[in-house]
Write a protein that binds this ligand. Structure first.
Ligand code: 3H9
Length: 689
């Protein structure tokens, strides 16, 4: 952390350097250092102008997000720094390269002039953290570029490219080359000082506020409404606007939604760190990939890889299935052109990078093979035994299995250290989660390669140990168990789905299973009935399956799908459920939304804690990222384990114990980790570092 100060003629150059993104940290004293360097420059009679820039890859990634866990009042230091910059008696020119985001962009707004390097990106992403631009952004940005464009930027959180920023009036000069040299050259002219905060209230304020308020969607994130409120409050009294903005920022930073979103931001970065893996371990270079299986999963995986500009050989023994997969791939890529996402040349290149093949021999010289064949150990055995003989000894062999034992699969090969699980989620070209399953023998560099590969193809990779269902599906089984129990006890599917969707799940469990195919769950329950006779399910869901109602694909499941897509409550199912309760002599009772959410969530948290306790997941946050990116768990809710901390470990244990006294109490035995943390006053977050 340092402010590197140099002089160039009568100009002082302040180069900000703090960690990877030059975050404007109050907590570590960096903001204080900048203020001191500024004051010195202002006090120096020889100094006529000031240029500020960032060290390394970027200007600045914003205020330090970790500061928001502390006292909101501490952030005044940052706001005061920006006021000092704006009020400076000497021109302050901001030289922007890489990115200027959040507080970083707000710092440039407080400056008098902005020079940006072509390719730089400028934005106010605070909304994605459940916050508003709280260092003057809501007051200065609309003054500079108009309320409409400012609201677009603040509500979307999306950065704009430097050339667009210039068109908007956010950037004064755009340069191709050395941005600092350009800023210094300008500073030598000593242009007059100029204050964004002194600009008049933009003429489009009322219109823009009304338009954006009308578009505001109800959701868990409280920030958008507050951003609009700040813009509405724009007046000639800058100080009043800043005070309101500061107060609302302080409120937002303490909301559960903002804490959840910040947890997600850091979580996505934490999961990439593999405990115990030395930094010296270099991932292998993956330049070609083979995908085995042309079904739904194999096709989705192939698309995901082609979209990341990787060449793929797809092996599918059935010619007809191979042709169908090829057709789907071509159509999906072409659709991206129609939607303006890519140009035709890019699409042609991606389609050309796809090679269909009907023999595994085509994989002889490939770097990574991903098997996505039928979920049956016998079939996998044939594939892996063949791959062992055909592929190069340094090729990585991955299985997309979602249920089978990766160690048993690895044991089919002569070198199990090159085997790893890569569990994609369907549709694999869209879902961001990749469960990377480390087998007992998986080599460290193979694991590192799998994680780097996941990043390359735009996925959030999370490592899981080997267990039935790995992390995500093992927890989901407990979530579903409670769902089916609640159906027989008195709830209806639409009530369960509605309660959970209002709470923050993208899709309730009944609709999710209708979409995934009820036959999959049925097959697992049949297996469980043999393996775990002491852990029964409600039979009500099997009754639905017995009718051949496997969900959307069969036109009917728990819901009816009259148009093939839209789930509609079905009176036939209501009757089936009520009859089932009567058959097992259970008097149906009113089940509140609170109970629905509470039981489903508790089931996830308790199993998640078991998984962390067993070392299957490295940290609670790994579990959370799996739920956010693979199961539609609301980002503002942070994830199941984050919610465990929101409830608090003692209260969590208490709830588990209460449920354990009730019906099907066996399902609620507290995970040892919950007992341990509750006893010592700890929480899940403590285990994340
Ligand atoms: C704000 O500014 C509020 C103000 O309006 C008001 C205040 C009063 N703080 O992403 P990377 C860490 S809110 C702390 O891998 P890249 C990150 O965790 C902020 N830490 O790099 C990681 O740590 P580790 C508004 C931060 O090159 C390391 O830096 N700004 C921050 O792929 C490298 O990060 C934003 O929302 C931060 N602000 O991408 C922008 N940013 O190595 C958030 C990053 O230990 N940041 N870290 O895992 C980003 O979008 C990307 O980090 C960025 C660089 C594009 C800048």
């Amino acid at each position: 952390m340092t402010v590197d100060v140099t002089s160039s003629g009568a100009t002082r150059l302040l180069r900000l350097s703090n960690g990877a993104v030059n975050a404007l940290s109050v907590g570590n004293g960096f903001v204080g250092e900048i203020a001191a360097a500024l004051n010195e420059a202002l006090a120096d009679v020889e100094c006529k102008a000031i240029v500020m820039t960032g060290a390394g890859k970027m200007f600045c990634g914003g205020a330090d997000i970790t500061d928001f866990d502390g006292d909101p009042r501490a952030l005044e230091a940052l706001r005061n720094l920006l006021l000092a910059v704006e009020d400076a008696s000497k021109p302050v020119i901001m030289a922007i390269h890489g990115v200027a985001l959040g507080g970083g962009l707000e710092l440039t707004l407080a400056g008098h002039y902005r020079v940006a390097q072509a390719g730089a990106r400028l934005g106010v992403p605070e909304v994605t953290l459940g916050l508003l631009p709280g260092a003057g952004g809501t007051q200065r940005l609309p003054r500079l570029i108009g309320a409409g464009p400012a609201l677009d930027m603040m509500l979307s959180g999306k950065p704009v490219a430097a050339d667009k920023a210039q068109t908007l009036g956010l950037v004064d000069r755009l340069v191709e080359g050395d941005v600092v040299a350009a800023a210094l050259e300008w500073a030598a002219e000593v242009p007059p000082t100029r204050r964004t905060g002194a600009l008049p209230v933009p003429a489009d304020r009322d219109e823009a506020v009304a338009a954006h308020r009308a578009k505001l969607r109800k959701g868990l994130n409280p920030a958008p409404a507050k951003i609009i409120q700040c813009v509405e409050a724009l007046s000639d009294d800058l100080a009043a606007g800043l005070a309101l903005e500061g107060a609302l920022f302080g409120e937002l930073m303490q909301t559960e939604a903002s804490r959840g979103l910040r947890h997600a931001f850091f979580g996505e970065r934490t999961v990439a760190r593999i405990p115990g893996l030395s930094r010296d371990v270099t991932p292998r270079d993956i330049r070609s990939v083979g995908v085995i299986g042309g079904g739904l999963m194999g096709t989705g995986i192939t698309l995901a890889l082609l979209n990341a500009d990787l060449p793929v050989i797809m092996v599918e023994l059935r010619e007809e299935a191979l042709a169908k997969a090829g057709e789907t791939i071509r159509k999906t890529i072409q659709r991206d052109v129609d939607k303006g996402r890519i140009d035709q040349a890019k699409a042609d290149a991606r389609i050309a990078a796809f090679t269909p093949a009907t023999s595994l021999d085509a994989l002889a010289d490939i770097d990574l093979v991903i098997e996505a064949v039928f979920e049956d150990m016998g079939v996998k055995q044939q594939v892996f035994t063949a791959l062992d003989a055909i592929t190069r000894p340094d090729a990585i062999l991955a299985s997309n299995t979602s249920t089978l034992d990766v160690d048993a699969i690895a044991a089919l090969t002569k070198d199990p250290s090159r085997v790893v699980g890569l569990h994609f989620f369907s549709p694999a070209n869209i879902m961001r989660l990749l469960e990377v399953v480390r087998g007992r023998e998986t080599a460290p560099d193979v694991l590192a390669t799998a994680m780097a590969f996941g990043k390359r193809v735009g996925k959030v990779g999370v490592v899981s140990g080997v267990c039935d269902g790995f992390i995500g599906n093992r927890m989901f089984e407990e979530y579903l168990r409670q769902t089916w129990f609640m159906l027989e006890e008195g709830a209806l599917p639409q009530q369960i789905d509605g309660a959970l969707e209002r709470w923050g799940m993208a899709m309730g469990p009944c609709r999710t299973m209708d979409l995934a195919g009820q036959d999959i769950g049925w097959a697992i329950r049949k297996r469980r009935a043999v393996e775990q006779p002491d852990r029964p399910y409600s039979g009500v869901i099997d009754r639905i399956c017995e009718l051949g109602r496997f969900g959307q694909k069969t036109g009917k499941g728990i819901y009816a799908y009259p148009d093939g897509r839209t789930a509609e409550p079905d009176p036939e199912i209501t009757k089936l459920i009520e009859d089932y309760s009567a058959e097992i002599a259970l008097e149906r009772r009113e089940i509140s939304d609170e109970e629905i959410v509470g039981r489903c969530l508790l089931a996830l948290i308790n199993e998640g804690a078991r998984i962390v306790g067993e070392g299957i997941a490295y940290r609670p946050v790994d579990v959370d990222m799996i739920y956010l990116h693979g199961y539609g768990f609301g980002r503002e809710r942070g994830g199941p384990m984050f919610q465990g901390d929101v409830i608090g470990l003692p209260a969590l244990l208490e709830r588990l114990r209460t449920h354990a006294q009730g019906r099907n109490g066996w399902a609620w035995t507290p995970a040892p980790l919950v007992e341990e943390l509750a006893a010592k006053g700890g929480n899940f977050q403590d285990l994340n570092s």
